[in-house]
Design a protein around this ligand. Structure first.
Ligand code: PMP
Length: 355
């Protein structure tokens, strides 16, 4: 820390992203990326001509992209917000909607929520998950704060039924309810269609997972026109050109090729069920997941040991150190071949330990 950093940030604990090693080729199952490349139209969109246009600023209103999102999700452009990854949107939402009343979110969820709360000195009500890692929606009713829930939740992959989410939205009408649907396309039910019914609902999604564009940084959100205007105000007060030209272009193309992505999601869901069945055969218990990852614990080996041994064997998964989940690991679902490598390595590792 330099002597120039504001004292406000002295105790801030920044978010630590999953490892992105550049040195060795790992089977990379640690940051919930898609194993598939973007659709052909997205790849073809980045022409020399488009690259040459980078001398011009991007459209700060992202008009084409918003129009296409509105069309695909049956809303109006004024109900759509786009930004540099959904992290950008979460940041804006905490900044805009939680500084007065605070925010409520689960103890085990996306690790960025407490960081944003800390960054803006927000009063955070952290609500423990139940014993089985489920969310008891009753604990979020009329809670007087912005509510933030990832559905499916991360890192558990568990879903909250839509009628329970709707109760949370209905009983918190004086605060924003943010539903983070980063993983919704892998089998959960979306709340996007509730946006027309509730002016306090903010649904956040991303191109990083189901649409194979984590490296392009593109997040989007749906909400009432008023909420979208608030988010725009924050965006225009920080970085109006937060989406570059190529990302906007690729986003539009991806939305024109939805079938390709829907098919990939089906393949991932099938690979997930295959992986769960195989892991259960070798002593893992796995939480039922509707996401592109699973959260698994072995009956004998510690989470740390499994993570480390797999890493030594060229397979990266995500290990968390916090007490409640240190014996679980989060494993991204990749191709069938990648999952087979994981399973084979695990069989070897467990066999060696049992010798
Ligand atoms: N929400 C959740 C629950 C996530 O796991 C992630 C991925 N780390 C994000 C949001 C952010 O994704 P991105 O910024 O790539 O859109």
């Amino acid at each position: 820390m330099s002597r120039f950093l504001s004292g406000l940030y002295a105790s801030l604990k920044e978010y630590v992203p999953g490892e992105q090693p550049q040195d060795k080729k790992y089977v990379k199952l640690n940051t919930n990326e898609s194993p598939f490349p973007p659709s052909p139209g997205v790849v073809a969109a980045v022409t020399d001509e488009e690259v040459r246009k980078l001398c011009l600023y991007s459209d700060p209103e992202s008009k084409l992209l918003k129009a296409k999102l509105a069309e695909n999700y049956l809303l109006e452009s004024e109900n759509v917000f786009v930004a540099n990854g959904s992290d950008d949107i979460l940041n804006f939402a905490f900044m805009a909607f939680a500084r007065e009343n605070g925010a409520a979110f689960p103890d085990i969820s996306y690790g960025f929520y407490p960081v944003f709360a800390d960054l803006y000195n927000i009063d955070a009500k952290i609500i423990p998950l139940e014993e089985d890692f489920s969310i008891d929606y009753k604990k979020y009713l009329s809670c007087g704060k912005m509510v933030v829930i990832a559905n499916p939740n991360a890192p558990t992959g568990k879903v909250l039924p839509k009628n329970e989410i709707e109760e949370i939205i209905r009983t918190n009408s004086d605060n924003v309810v943010l539903i983070d649907e980063a993983y919704v396309d892998f089998g959960a039910e979306s709340c996007v269609d509730l946006v027309e019914k509730y002016d306090n609902l903010l649904v956040v999604q991303t191109f990083s997972k189901s649409r194979s564009m984590a490296g392009a940084r593109l997040g989007f959100a749906f909400a009432s026109k008023e909420i979208i205007k608030d988010l725009e105000k924050i965006k225009y007060s920080t970085n109006p050109y937060n989406l570059n030209r190529l990302t906007q272009l690729m986003g539009v193309k991806a939305l024109e090729e939805q079938e390709y992505y829907d098919n990939n999601c089906k393949v991932i869901a099938a690979n997930r069920e295959f992986t769960v069945a195989e892991l259960e055969k070798i002593g893992f218990s796995v939480i039922p997941s509707k996401a592109n990852f699973i959260f698994a614990k072995h009956e004998k080996l510690s989470g740390e040991k499994i993570y480390q041994k797999l890493k030594d064997n060229g397979v990266l998964i995500r290990h968390f150190t916090s007490e409640r989940i240190k014996d679980h690991n989060r494993i991204t679902i990749g191709t069938k071949e990648q999952m087979q490598v994981l399973i084979n390595k695990l069989i070897e590792i467990i066999g060696e330990e049992e010798k």
